[in-house]
Design a protein around this ligand. Sequence first.
Ligand code: PEP
Ligand code: MG
Length: 312
Amino acid sequence: EERAAVARWRGPARTADDVAVKLLANVADVPTAEAATGAPVEGVGLFRTELSFLNRADEPTVEEQAEIYRGVLEAFGVGRYVVARTLDAGSDKPIAFATHQGEENPALGVRGLRLSFDNPGLLDRQLDALQLAAEQSGVETWVMAPMVATVAEAAQFAGKVRDRGLRAGVMVEVPSAALLADRMLEAVDFLSIGTNDLTQYTMAADRMATNLAHLTDAWQPAVLQLVATTARAGAAADKPVGVCGEAAADPLMACVLVGLGITSLSMAPAAVRPVGVALGRVSLDDCRAAAAAALDAADPAAARAAVRDLLG
Ligand code: PEP
Ligand code: MG
């Protein structure tokens, strides 16, 4: 019966008391975008553009990049929107022609937007390609940067994106960005929380280390507090704050995130229907109570148990 409810679910997502929550897909390239169009989503919340660079010895040309980006945009088409993330190179995503070699500590090194600023031509060419793809397809395109740590970085990035007529945002993946979310939002149009990296950097625990899974858990109260701070800033500024890390794909956590004030959830397409069904069974007040209980809990296990008790 549960499986039938999930299979039947069509979207768009609404809580039981009719509060809209945008559900979006995470995609990597044209084939995964085409596969994701069958999911009941309002667009793409995380287009990981670096995956098109990973197996290349040289940087793709602007025209090559634009063709890939246009393919993803056209898969979704006018009426839906796509949030493209600029090159997230370095650390767990090494790019042959860009990543710095021999860093002692690559996760804390020149990665994400730091690498783009280190090699500004690379970022400019990628933004030119995104602008071209947006103009050719007519699909609403938002652009965000990964691994942003300071407001100055956010402002510099937003300037380049807006110069090209696109909506600019940054990912909240570093605790400094969450703590300064209100000031980040003065510089950008939206925020998207990458809970995978935000958890890694908050807990100082490598996201790839399976023996640290008890720490790399977005249900950690410290992580939830940073999400709450970020969502509160979004509500105060009346700007969208989404979550695009793995946490968004967990139906219980999705209710907590909505209770914290998150306005969109982006996830692997297979997770969309179960999350949509879970949200349809709870009210915004239920979500707020769940969020308060999760924030109050001593540890992730207690947080999950408290929320499960409340939401059934
Ligand atoms: C994240 O860090 O949560 C995120 C969505 O980005 P990635 O997993 O690609 O680092
Ligand atoms: Mg990340």
